[in-house]
Design a protein around this ligand. Sequence first.
Ligand SMILES: [Zn+2]
Length: 230
Amino acid sequence: MHDEGVIKFTAEHEHRSLPVRRFGDLTCQLAAWREIMAKTGLVGQRGDLYGGAGYGNVSGRIGAPAAARGERAFLITGTQTGGTPCVGIDDFCVVTRYDYQFNRVSSFGAILPSSESMTHGAIYDLSPQIRFVLHGHSPVLWRQAQALRLPTTAAGVAYGTPQMAHEVQRLYQQTALAERRILSMAGHEDGIIVFGKSAEEAGQVLVTELARAYGRECAGQGVGLCSFAR
Ligand SMILES: [Zn+2]
């Protein structure tokens, strides 16, 4: 099932450009890590993958840490920007509110929010310390999720749905998710999320776990004989 890129919530969106003076720095922080993800294939768009839809999205919180759940506003890449080679401020929007119960997202910007905004909101609701969320598609991490003991959402739960928000909360309470800061999504092919208090913290988790996954694939194929698949 390829539901990548399909908006699953009611969007209340105000079309207007984001001011550079307010969002320029955060845009560039996110664009920088997104570039690493694009170069490693975790963000992109390919005709032979996920029904040709763009995949991968990144976000960073704006505003006070203490904001209420459901109102932890964040800057996020817009819908279907996975294949955009170089993102700028017009490829981002601000999500101001998200509501799992009514499956509704409020936002503003030059582009509609990522179809996966609800899950980003669910991660921010886990803790006021979480300020950055990166979502990418990594077949190697997904394949090695069990071996690496990555907290993993149930196979029956699709990304971007209200059920995923509850599933993420369950993992935060019942697994080492708070310390690991990475989860794999069994119901979302190749789907991985990392998060952190800074973009660097989230990015380092991603790169470290990616290397661990490649290390296991190398060992599994016989040391020195490995040819890495994507
Ligand atoms: Zn995805």
